[in-house]
Design a protein around this ligand. Sequence first.
Ligand code: ADP
Length: 497
Amino acid sequence: MKIKIKIVLIFLLFAIFFLTAGMIFLNFIQYISFPTSMIILSSLIIFVLVLIIYFYITKSSRHTDNSEAPTLPPSNDVEKLIDAKTEQIHNDEVTIEDQQTAILNVLQDVQKEKDISEVLAKELEKFKLAVEGAYDHIVITNSDGVILFANQGVENITGFTKEEVIGKKVGSKETWGGLMEPEFYRNLWDTVKVQKKVFTGNLKNHRKNGEKYDVLASISPILDNNGNVLFFVAIEHDVTKEKAVDKAKSEFVSLASHQLRTPVSSINWYTEMLLNSEVGAINDDQKRYLSEIYTSSKRMGDLINSLLNVSRIELGTFAVDIKLVNINILAKKVIADLAPKIMEDNISFKESFDDNISEINADEKLLRMILENILSNAIKYSNKGGQINFAIHTADIGSDFGGKKLAEKNITILISDEGIGIPIEQHEKIFTRLFRADNAAASRPEGTGLGLYIVKSIVDQSGGQIWFTSEENKGTTFYVTYPMSGMKKKEGTRALI
Ligand code: ADP
């Protein structure tokens, strides 16, 4: 279309040219005479008109019908294209913004991590300073007990320098250990390495100069995520001074009790003489008062004996002297001694013995104390008309006794009652010195809280075991076991009384 217009215009230009040239020629040959000026003017006008038309068409065709310009899509498509482009640009902007935010977040995280690391480093430094400056002796070992770290306390307490102990086995003879029985160390390693539990206990160590000292040790295993031991942390507190103070106290109690025993015994003897009218007749009122004096002074005598025993236990001076004892006969004597009280309280008493048990290795006095204490408690804490069972038997390895599986054949002692019982929350304190359960203290004012402490110490130190089950207002059962070989001998300077 546009090309056609151009051809027509060119044709017109040529036509004008030839028309003008024709007019000039005709004029020249004077065939027709036109005024020259008119010819030139008309030719120019026509030429200029043609040019104007040509430019107008060319210009307008540029807007409307230019076949050489790239083909544009229809206006609808253009809008869509523009929308799509706009959206893409918008999306690109959003993506860039997201990326910027992500980068910012990463930078913030990095900064946070850096801050945390700095705080941790500071904390760690504090811990290091605290461990280093602690008064206690602190060592970290690998899983084989080889010392990796030792604080200043190690040097202060043991006298060995860090360089002297690092790389050595903890608690060995080359350092500060090796003074305890092999069984003690076996039990310690079994607790921390096999059972992976914290071990706490008192032990004796030696300083570099050979001096012995007492420590309260706590050894904790540090485990990885799979429960394997990575390290051990051992903290030992030097308790030599405290032990010395304790010893001095026990010695004082021992001395005071000993001194008190003589006058109290005198009161008992003379009161007994008066009560028995050995020095003249007494009337009923006097008898009543003297009986009161006798009961109280007897109780005082028992208390003094218990205190003396406690001090001997704590000083570690009591001996376990072994000889062959018929436990059944001994138990029957104890029952006979307490029979009046059993009858007085109308208690139904059941006893059962294994006649195959003949004589066992035992310290008769100590075995009597064990039986007497547990049975007298059963009577004391029973209600009138209650029931007590007393049984001595043997139980085979692996059998159940008092809720425990026996590790070997044992002699078993069981004493049960249906009395006031022990509140569950106070079970764990029952064997501690001077402890009395609330219900016992409220209903039975006479009592010292020393009997079971003494019994437990005797049983523990003579190779036996003691435990109990109890429910408040239902009753209590005490269980004692000894290996068939009986009690274990213990060297000591004093006997319990
Ligand atoms: P106590 O002189 O007070 O009887 P023990 O040391 O013999 O001292 O006993 C400690 C505490 O254990 C008692 O005060 C009591 O609370 C509790 N106890 C011991 N045996 C029994 C029992 N058979 N029944 C209930 N409580 C008991």
